[in-house]
Design a binder for this molecule. Structure first.
Ligand code: CA
Ligand code: CA
Ligand code: CA
Ligand code: CA
Ligand code: CA
Length: 380
């Protein structure tokens, strides 16, 4: 009798464990009819168990776009660099890096840098790196101490108006801070804290963010509430509510945010609707019209292997830039909170999935992309 009781307790504990894992793959459907796409590449799995992968950023090799990489956070260990085939090229075990962002060709102190920033929850710092394109590795430039007890989301804004580089980092208590990243000699880089404010109520978490350098806008997702557009040049100006959880198109959490440019006026804001395992797409320009939702389901990788769908996404990134034969029209990257491997769908550790951007465009029936503006004609 006692043995039977213990077995049933053990069984229910086991079942609860399984259910907790299944929850991510068995979420309520998106609130809107969702287009269906599939990934063609996935990165190698994290080396840490549990919720480890979080946020990606794309580095583009202008000379050889097929050498472009994904820099991805492992929020239990550090920062990984992955090729477009998903292989890990390098890894820095610098701490519990939560989010990451990049801007290329930024002039600091007269020298050009590909700047990478990451929010370090171990050291409670804002970490700045230079991406070395020749070796495709990250070289540390600065670890800036912050007053934030728990650095969380992070994104860069490279002002088209002034050329100044800013980092926005938030704390998991709902505070959003702004730093200016600069250098006087092109060698030593510094990050000056400028200001901070609350995005919402205290402890209402705001994590995902992304800036539109061309329009001077900062997009911030408040997880339980929705997505905002701030004036990145003047944060004191009234923000615009792009979408909401209550009555809107998000199922909480509203998580990762990314911007894709298609010409001066074209392009989209993309955001993870984590609670429905889907992604929302909005016009990049005001009034930020909702253009639809999509999900990433099981498919076949470009190497012929089965590739699982994507669930419980935290961070995303996207570009429309051609990235060589594998992604000639650009790529969308999503963290996969529930990775499975092989035809038996064996549970594996988390990773990132890569979906060709034109596949998403076509699935959502988005209008033909606007061309990037041609450079002004040479005087006759
Ligand atoms: Ca997660
Ligand atoms: Ca990112
Ligand atoms: Ca989050
Ligand atoms: Ca998956
Ligand atoms: Ca997989």
């Amino acid at each position: 009798m006692r043995f039977v009781l213990m077995s049933s307790v053990a069984a229910s504990v086991l079942l609860a464990g399984c259910n907790a894992e299944e929850d991510k793959t068995n979420r309520p459907p998106p609130k809107d009819p969702a287009a269906v796409v599939a990934a063609t590449v996935e990165t190698v799995a994290m080396k840490n168990a549990g919720d480890a992968a979080d946020d990606p950023a794309i580095w583009i090799d202008a000379a050889d776009p097929s050498r472009s990489v994904i820099i991805g956070t492992n929020k239990k260990a550090g920062l990984g660099v992955y090729g477009l085939d998903g292989a890990e090229l390098s890894f820095r075990a610098d701490g519990r890096m939560n989010n990451v962002d990049i801007r290329q060709n930024v002039v600091l102190g007269g020298r050009s840098f590909d700047v990478v920033v990451a929010s370090n929850r171990t050291a409670k710092t804002l970490d700045v790196y230079k991406f070395d394109g020749a070796t495709r590795t990250l070289a540390p430039l600065l670890q800036a101490a912050t007053a934030f007890p728990d650095p969380y989301g992070i994104c860069l804004y490279h002002s088209a108006k002034t050329g100044v580089l800013y980092a926005f980092m938030n704390d998991s208590n709902g505070t959003l801070g702004q730093w200016m990243i600069s250098s006087t000699d092109g060698v030593k880089v510094k990050a000056d804290f400028l200001r901070s404010f609350m995005v919402g109520e205290k402890d209402s978490q705001a994590e995902g963010c992304a800036a539109d350098d061309r329009q001077g806008l900062l997009f911030v997702a408040e997880e339980d509430v929705g997505l905002y557009a701030y004036d990145a040049e003047d944060l004191s100006k009234a923000r615009v509510v792009i979408d909401t959880v209550a009555g809107g198109h998000f199922t909480a959490d509203a998580e990762g945010v990314a911007v894709v440019y298609e010409g001066e006026a074209g392009g989209y804001i993309m955001a993870s609707s984590q609670g429905s395992n889907s992604y929302n797409v909005y016009d990049r320009t005001a009034p930020f019209a909702f253009r639809g939702a999509f999900v990433i389901k099981d498919g076949t990788a470009s190497n012929g292997a089965p590739i699982d769908g994507v669930e419980d996404t935290d961070g995303i990134d996207v570009t429309s830039a051609p990235l060589g034969p594998a992604f000639p029209g650009g790529v969308f990257i999503a963290q996969d909170g529930a990775n499975f491997e092989g035809p038996e769908k064996k549970r594996a550790l988390q990773n990132f999935k890569l979906v060709p951007w034109p596949v998403i465009r076509e699935a959502l029936k988005l209008p033909a992309p606007m061309a990037e503006a041609a450079p002004p004609a040479a005087p006759q």
